[in-house]
Design a protein around this ligand. Structure first.
Ligand code: PFF
Length: 464
């Protein structure tokens, strides 16, 4: 495979690039993992799907499924030195192998367009904070007004997309990632400060309890469906990305230890985001059920209220949206990069052509999502807006299928022993028992149940 000129942290070795060490690998995976999924998506799902019970299910899934899938994908990538289509292809030539590889490879191509729409929303909010519009942003109707203005949403989507394409084309990816490494700790500090502020507002206690204490009355099968999709999304699994990352690591990189670090870091940021946003819903909207159900809008409705309430809210707003923008940018770049490299590997096209094709896909699909709250508002797919539909299709349908394909490949074709040998080259593999149990029994059955329930739900066959 060609070297895509991807990173300075990648070194050439045996014709394939490798990360220069474990830290390089952990930082690259963490940069891709921590993004809008943690700060924008996790809190709204937690608010919508039962608070504490969602959190509990999510945590269980991260340490079982999430762990087993990260280890599997990384080990398969390292073993084959290929990204997903190539990795599946190495074990067989038939249709199932092609489907298994491609479903993993297509998911990032479907996510990146709508990811950039949300990136555009973040850019717009940063711009408004820079103009000092702190009070206006905190008004209930602001977000809906903005997203229904097609021209504006399309404009900010284009701005964010241009930034992503520019980072990839101009070869400044390394610079952006270095910046992100500095910004990430700043984001954590700011998130802690905002979380403390929001948790200490009058009335916030109910929100803290709602988010942290599981209440089994709030449980439904959709809690598990949503938590599972979110786990895939947030950890960047079931979308081929970790195969590609795994293909760049050397045999001496401790896969198990690195996985644990990424799991902890990614989850900590998500929980922190929950603590910033959910208590604020209770403090500023009295735990109003409609606000809790706000969905994708939640962060954009709630966080500005927190800032407007603070003394120096404009500065906090600028800093917060700048940091979120960076986290979103590094994730979007890594999604786009994965898609571009699939085209490079499978079509044999030049990098320029691959970038152009991917940009085209992004602009067309993204525009549908962007306009879905404005002039295309009349289009509803299974009752969902276009953006929500893409989110549902990728997270609740395609990712479980991609994860299932990986499980079948590992258990039926490659064999658990081979993966174990691969991981044990550099790890003690302490959670081997959990790994085997999840891959062999829990994952396949569970994934199928989830898949069927989520499809039945969206088709209105069952009401959950
Ligand atoms: N994990 C990212 C997030 O939580 O925002 C989303 C993502 C980014 C997935 C990059 C995959 C990826 F390659």
């Amino acid at each position: 495979m060609k070297d895509h000129g991807r990173d300075e942290i990648l070194r050439h070795r045996n014709g394939r690039s490798t990360f220069s060490g474990r830290i390089g690998y952990v930082l690259a995976v963490a940069g891709s993992a921590v993004g809008l999924g943690n700060i924008w998506r996790f809190p709204y799902l937690a608010a919508k799907y039962g608070g504490g019970i969602f959190l509990m299910v999510y945590l269980i899934l991260v340490v079982t499924f999430g762990y087993a899938l990260i280890v599997s994908e990384t080990a398969l990538g390292r073993m084959t030195k290929k990204s997903p289509v190539g990795a599946f292809g190495m074990f067989g030539k038939g249709l199932p192998f092609k489907l298994g590889g491609w479903i993993n490879a297509v998911i990032p191509m479907l996510i990146v367009p709508y990811y950039c729409v949300i990136g555009g929303w973040v850019t717009k909010y940063l711009f408004e904070y820079l103009r000092g519009n702190t009070a206006a942003l905190a008004e209930d109707v602001y977000f809906a007004g903005f997203t229904s203005s097609s021209l504006q949403v399309e404009f900010w989507f284009a701005v964010f997309s241009a930034a992503v394409v520019w980072v990839i084309m101009a070869g400044v990816k390394q610079g952006v990632e270095r910046m992100a490494k500095i910004m990430m700790p700043v984001l954590v500090v700011l998130a802690v400060l905002v979380a403390v502020y929001s948790m200490t507002r009058p009335g916030a206690g109910a929100g803290i309890r709602y988010f942290l204490i599981p209440n089994f009355k709030n449980f439904s099968i959709m809690t598990v469906v949503a938590a599972m999709g979110q786990m895939f999304y947030s950890l960047s699994i079931a979308m081929g990305v970790l195969y590609t990352f795994g293909s760049y690591i050397r045999e001496d990189v401790d896969i198990e230890h690195s996985t644990a670090q990424v799991e902890v870091f990614d989850t900590a940021i998500a929980v922190l985001a929950g603590l910033m946003i959910i208590p604020a819903v209770f403090a500023f909207s009295g735990g109003d059920a409609e606000t809790l159900q706000a969905g994708p809008a939640l962060m954009f409705i709630t966080i500005p209220k927190v800032f407007a309430n603070m003394g120096s809210g404009t500065m906090a707003g600028v800093l917060f949206f700048l940091l979120v923008l960076f986290a979103a940018l590094t994730s979007a770049v890594s999604l786009m990069e994965t898609s571009v490299s699939t085209f490079e590997d499978q079509m044999g096209w030049g990098r320029m052509k691959c970038c152009a094709v991917m940009t085209g896909i992004m602009l067309i699909l993204g525009s549908f999502s962007a306009l879905g709250f404005g002039i295309l508002d009349f289009i509803k797919i299974f009752g969902l807006s276009i953006l929500d539909f893409f989110d549902f299709l990728t997270n609740s349908v395609m990712m479980p299928l991609a994860a299932l394909a990986t499980c079948i490949l590992v258990v039926r074709v490659v064999g658990l022993d081979k993966i174990e040998t691969e991981v044990c080259q550099s790890s003690k593999f302490k959670r081997k028992g959990v790994y085997r149990f999840v891959m062999k029994y829990l994952a396949p059955v569970f994934i199928l149940v989830i898949l069927i329930s989520s499809i039945a739900n969206v088709l209105g066959l069952i009401n959950m």
